[in-house]
Design a protein around this ligand. Sequence first.
Ligand code: AMP
Length: 435
Amino acid sequence: MKAGFFHFIPFMTFNSLNLTDPILRSLKEEGYTEPTPIQSQAIPIALKGTDLLGCAQTGTGKTAAFAIPILEILSKNKSTDRNRKIRSLIVTPTRELAIQIDESFQNYGRYTGLNTTVIFGGVNQKSQVKKLKQGVDILTATPGRLLDLMNQGFISISDVEIFVLDEADRMLDMGFIHDVKKLLAALPRKKQTLFFSATMPPEIVKLSKSILHNPQKVEVTPESSTVDAIQQGLYFVDKGNKKNLLIDVLQDSEIKSALVFTRTKHGANKVVKLLNGSNIQAEAIHGNKSQAARQKALGNFKDQRTRVLVATDIAARGIDVDELQYVINYEIPNIPETYVHRIGRTGRAGSDGTALSFCDAQEKAYLRDIEKLIGKKIPVVDEHDFPLVDHNPPEPEKQQQRKSNKSRKNGHAKNQGKRNSRPKAGSSNNKRARR
Ligand code: AMP
C-alpha cells in the first residue's frame, strides 16, 4: 500500500448540524455521510429562520440544503388533519426538477410524518388535485400549473411559512418572471424565503432584493481553470457506442488506474457490469452504497486490486487521489464546473494525468459550455474505432445546437481531416492531439 495515495478530506458531519433523529436516520439510509459545502453552510442559516440567498447549481446537493431545514422546522409542530395547510412551497422551473425535489422530500422526510406532493403541467390535473385534497404540508410546483390550480380554487398558498424559489436564473430565462410575481403577491408577507440561483446576473440580484429580508448569502464557488499538467482528450462517439469505446480504451494495459464518471447511480452500476463482463475489474461508488461498501471499493482501488472505479460526482467528493492516472468522463457533465472538478482528480501533486471525455451528439451543447468556461478547445481524438455517426441530436438540444453552430464551425469542424490518437499520461507534449 502506498502511503498518501488515497485519503479522505475531513468534512463536517450531519450530527454536528443539530438535526433530529428522524432526519439523521433517513440521511443515513440515503448513504449520505457528510454534508456537501452548500449544505453545511445553508442548513444552519435556514434552521434559524433567516432568509437565504444561495448561489449554487444542481449537482452540489442544494436540494437537501433547503429540504432538510424545511423538514426539521415543519416537523416541530405538525398538523395531522386532512385539512392541513400548505406550509412550505417550492417553485422550480421544470417538471424534471419538480419531480426530483419532491422525491428528495419524500426520502429525507420519510420518518417525519409530513405530507408532500408535486404538481406540474403537461399532464392531467386529476391525480394532482386528488393528492392535494388529502392534505399537503410541502408542495413542490412549476409556476404555470400552480397558478392554474390556485385560480381553480384547489390550492391556497396564504399559509406558507417557508417559500423556496429554486433556479431563479433559469426561471427568468424561461419567461416565468410574471408568474413568479403573481405568486409572490399571493404569498403571506411574513414568511421565510430561500432563494437559489446558479448565476447572479443583475436582474436576479434585483429580484432577490425585492423578495428577501436581511438575507444571508451562501455560495459554492465554481472552479474555472484546468490544471496544465492534465492531458485532455475528447472522443466524439454515438451514445450506443460509448460502452465499446470504453472497453477499447481500457484494453490498454498502460492504464493502471482510471476513475470513470457517470451522471447517475444507475449509469455507474451499468458501466461496472459492462466492464466486469469484459474481464476489466471495476467497482462503483455512489450514494446507494453503504459507507462500508464504499470504503471497501475505495480500498481496492487504492491497493490497485481494482483498476477502474466508477463514480457519480457527489460520491467522488471528499476523495483525494494523489497519483490517479486517468479520469474518464463517460458522460459529459451538464454543469461545466463539474468537468473542471472531475478532471482535477488527476494530475495532482506534480504528477501527470490524463482526462478523456466521451461526447455524443446530444452532449455537444454541454461541451460548448465547458470549453467556454475553460477558455480552450479540448483536443479531439479521432483515431478510434467508434466515430460519431448520428450527428442529429433529438429535439430539446437542437435549439441550443443551432445557437452553438458558430462556435462549432470555428472549433472542431475546422479541424476535421487529421487523425489524432489518445493522449497518454506522462507525455506532456501531446504531439498528435489537436489544440
Ligand atoms: P442536487 O444538487 O440537490 O440535485 O443533488 C445532487 C445529488 O447529490 C443527488 O443525487 C443527491 O441525492 C446527492 N446528494 C445530496 N447531498 C448529498 C450528500 N450529503 N452526500 C451524498 N450525496 C448527496
